[in-house]
Design a protein around this ligand. Structure first.
Ligand code: SAM
Length: 273
């Protein structure tokens, strides 16, 4: 059977007797028009390798395979393995399924030492920790096109003075350019989650920032946004307070939410000495 001949996803789920399991954060996209749109936004195609976390019934996986890309999919829930095996057969060797926890997976090994794009409809319960792992880890994906709950996507792409601006925006935008490229209502998923979702697209900056700078940015933003209503001279006290701000050329009376990403990088560099 070829990809084009595969039955609709609802039929495949019924045939395998599969229902969503909440403990795995399972909310499926069964409309191929939507998953094809995500694959287009990811800008992947023939010759590309894509790592997908949580293929589940494989709706996004099918759309990614239709672009001609090779897909390595990491799924924790063993119940989906037979169904994904059928999809792998239809994809003529372009789909590799790995059973396991993406939080513990070695992305460079999954990419076989080469470049890879990450494209996923992430499980809500581990979406943010997975992204932070990828932003701070040794593997640099070519791009990341990731579905989160909308509130998290907004926090990734936020700018100073947005309510959503905080640690995740500064870390994401220190390592990548970040944009929200698609919004999806809860009803697009089966079963629908309680909140809306959105796709964030992150493209790593070139050249990559030093690992030491990224780590210092994490320290400074944890302190500054940990007490976001306080002035920096007070919230950053343990890291050098007013003197640190002055070395970085940042107003010590300012509050975290008004400092842009470059400002936090200046504070991080001052911390590194
Ligand atoms: N990609 C599918 C879709 O769009 O219909 C499913 C998305 S669903 C939101 C998240 C998927 O991630 C589920 O299949 C779930 O079993 C899987 N998952 C949850 N936690 C995981 C983890 N730690 N590692 C790998 N997969 C995980």
């Amino acid at each position: 059977m070829s990809l084009a001949d595969l039955p609709p996803l609802r039929e495949v789920l019924a045939e395998h007797g599969l229902l969503a399991n909440k403990s795995f954060g399972q909310h499926f996209l069964l409309d191929l028009n939507i998953t094809r749109k995500i694959a287009r936004l990811a800008e992947v195609g023939e010759g590309d390798t894509v790592i997908e976390v949580g293929p589940g019934p494989g709706g996004l996986t099918r759309a990614l395979l239709e672009t001609g890309a090779r897909v390595v999919a990491v799924e924790m829930d063993r119940r989906f393995l037979p169904l994904l095996g059928d999809l792998a057969e239809a994809a003529d060797g372009r789909l590799t399924v790995v059973q396991g926890d993406a939080m513990k997976a070695d992305m460079a090994a999954l990419a076989d030492g080469g470049p890879a794009h990450m494209v996923s409809n992430l499980p809500y319960n581990v979406g943010t920790p997975l992204l932070v792992n990828w932003l701070t880890g040794p593997f640099r994906p070519t791009s990341m096109t990731l579905m989160f709950q909308k509130e998290v996507a907004d926090r990734i792409a936020a700018t100073p003075d947005d309510d959503a601006y905080g640690r995740l925006a500064v870390l994401s935008q220190t390592v990548c350019t970040a944009r929200v490229v698609m919004d999806l209502p809860a009803r697009a998923f089966t079963p629908p989650p309680k909140v809306a979702s959105a796709v964030a697209r992150l493209v790593p900056l070139s050249p990559a920032p030093d690992a030491a700078l990224v780590s210092a940015v994490e320290k400074v933003t944890a302190a500054a946004f940990g007490q976001r209503r306080k002035m920096l001279r007070s919230s950053l006290k343990a890291l050098g307070g007013g003197a640190l701000c002055e070395r970085a050329g940042i107003d010590p009376d300012a509050r975290a939410e008004t400092i842009d990403v470059a400002g936090f990088q200046a504070l991080a560099r001052a911390l590194m000495g």
